[in-house]
Ligand binder design. Sequence first.
Ligand SMILES: Cc1cc2nc3c(=O)[nH]c(=O)nc-3n(C[C@H](O)[C@H](O)[C@H](O)COP(=O)(O)OP(=O)(O)OC[C@H]3O[C@@H](n4cnc5c(N)ncnc54)[C@H](O)[C@@H]3O)c2cc1C
Length: 380
Amino acid sequence: MIGFALSEEQRLFQETIRDFARREVAPIAREYDEREEYPIAILRKMGELGYLGVPFAQVDGGAGGDSIMAAVMSEEMGYVSAGVYLGVYVHVFLALNAISRFGTDDQKLAYLAPGIRGERVGAWAFAEPDAGSDPGSMTTRARRDGDDYVIDGTKLYITNGSIADFVVLTASTDPRQGMKGLSLFIVDAGTPGFTVPRRLRKLGVRASDTAELAFNDCRVPASALLGAENVGFVNAMRVLTAGRVVSAAFALGTARAAFDQSLAHVKSRHAFGHAIGDFQGIQWQLADMALELECAKLLTWQAAWLADQGLPHIKEASMAKLYATEMCARLTGQAILLHGASGYMMDSDIQRFYRDVKVMEIGEGTSHIQRNTIARQIGL
Ligand SMILES: Cc1cc2nc3c(=O)[nH]c(=O)nc-3n(C[C@H](O)[C@H](O)[C@H](O)COP(=O)(O)OP(=O)(O)OC[C@H]3O[C@@H](n4cnc5c(N)ncnc54)[C@H](O)[C@@H]3O)c2cc1C
């Protein structure tokens, strides 16, 4: 049997989160983009309402939802503000997800449960000044010293970096082994030796917080190790594969918003005595946009469905992420053209969508890295 419809529970959830996104987030999205400030109250409220627990088991304080529900939430939140949602996304689908998969009972109690309630915020620190796509060149080290580890290194471009209460980070515990010597750690903000030297300014997703993190002789107990030693790369990849499905949905949401506003605009804007949507050239463009949205949705839901069945989905997750993020960048650019100058003005949502989505082709593995993954998966 094959089905493309949401279940009743998933459909009701879609209505609820859509209502939340449009009521609580849409009205403040532009303001926080302009202020380049993260609206932490949104994340806290999502915790109070149970949304941050969607992908986690009820025994851990989660809502016990599935990957389709995670995709639905990301699409609806991406529809109103990629900037606001990026902080939620990193907190839930990267930091908390890693703890949910590999954490001890004590770690789940200390980070996952309060994280789901929105009381403690997490960051995910993988990238470094000289290591983004290539984790083998990471230089952050975690050296065992008695009952502790001592961490030294710099992490760069870290979402939630200056607002997080804790950071899930990758560090090398065995530099001779390259990627096979990486481990994951959870480090609390305020730990001596852990500082945030600077916040970074960006082209888009300006309502998200991005920072550099520095670790100098940062001593953490051995209990800060997340998962086993030297399997941090494999574990991080598991988290990122799940994250790619969700980030595809996230991109789909912003692309759909750009499409909906374009469709409304071509019906109401007139030129040469006609609504511009009467011109065949414009109609074909909207038809192609609608087609691309459907393709992205099918790829995304397929990857989410495979994940929920416990079936392999590395290739499908990369395909969904690659297609949806590139499609989103294309569509938001086309949406500016369809809006003419009005879409280029700073009081337009369209210019914000256009700026926000470029990062989706870069984060969680660039488009090149997704193509490399797909090539490996098809046997090259
Ligand atoms: C707004 C924002 C938020 C971010 N948030 C986080 C976060 O929360 N946590 C985190 O860890 N990171 C975060 N990042 C960092 C992001 O994950 C990295 O930027 C990304 O992995 C790419 O790494 P890089 O920037 O070092 O580019 P590089 O790795 O230097 O790549 C440069 C170019 O080379 C290409 N390239 C590299 N290797 C290959 C190859 N083998 N084949 C073909 N092409 C290749 C890349 O695709 C790219 O086009 C964020 C980035 C941004 C912009």
